[in-house]
Design a protein around this ligand. Structure first.
Ligand SMILES: N[C@@H](CCC(=O)N[C@@H](CS)C(=O)NCC(=O)O)C(=O)O
Length: 212
């Protein structure tokens, strides 16, 4: 199987690079400079019509949307490595529920927060009451995640899985957007375990070197 990943520094492609490293998979990685607009070239739009990264090309077929890529990596390569639950198990349902929650439900709130207050968003869209309301909703969401993590060290039990990678990647990103996870002790403990993983440290250290 050949894998080619279109990525960019400090982007939604980094969790995919982290997952590839956790799985020990080799991929040909093409790093775009998003500021130069390479992702809008006709050649790339023929691969991903949305003109964004990441795209993972699997034996010539493009797969896009970070969540879809990560869930596919779990299905195709994670089960045999003990990093994703087998199809038909209750744990698979837990993995799909939390990973989709992170990108879709929690992620929608983070996007709204960015529109409402991010220095990178159009200031005409800024809205302090909306930002405050969304921050309260995000805090409540983290409270529910905290309750799940009170039951076991990781989302699926005693061992780290790609479900943790997916959810913790989104939660870590949200902390860079202004979400304070400090009031949630189980989330804190779990984020520290996630960020201490050698594959996480390697991928992010490479990112920092590239961005410097
Ligand atoms: N929902 C998409 C979001 C992809 C996305 O917006 N990627 C950004 C980088 S984080 C991008 O490529 N931006 C370039 C652009 O919009 O031109 C996913 O999860 O894959």
């Amino acid at each position: 199987m050949t894998l080619k990943l279109f990525a960019a520094p400090m982007s939604s492609a980094v969790p995919v690079q982290h997952a590839l490293a956790e799985l020990g998979l080799d991929a040909d990685i093409v790093q775009f400079d998003l500021a130069s607009g390479e992702q809008k070239s006709p050649a790339y739009l023929a691969i991903n019509p949305h003109g964004v990264v990441p795209t993972l090309v699997v034996d010539g077929t493009p797969l896009y949307e970070a969540l879809a890529i990560l869930q596919w990596l779990g299905d195709r390569h994670g089960v045999e490595r003990g990093l994703w639950p087998a199809s038909g198990t209750p744990q698979r349902l837990v993995a799909l529920s939390w990973s989709t929650w992170a990108y879709v439900s929690y992620g929608a709130l983070v996007s709204t927060l960015n529109f409402a207050q991010s220095p990178h968003a159009d200031p005409r869209l800024h809205h302090a009451p909306l930002a405050a309301d969304v921050l309260a909703r995000l805090d409540a969401a983290l409270g529910r995640l905290d309750a799940q993590l009170a039951k076991s060290p990781f989302l699926l039990g005693d061992d780290f899985s790609l479900a943790d990678l997916i959810v913790a990647s989104v939660v870590t990103y949200s902390t860079y957007c202004g979400v304070d996870a400090g009031g949630h002790a189980n989330v804190q403990r779990w984020l520290q375990a996630f960020q201490a993983r050698p594959a996480y440290r390697k991928v992010w250290m490479d990112e920092e070197v590239e961005a410097a």
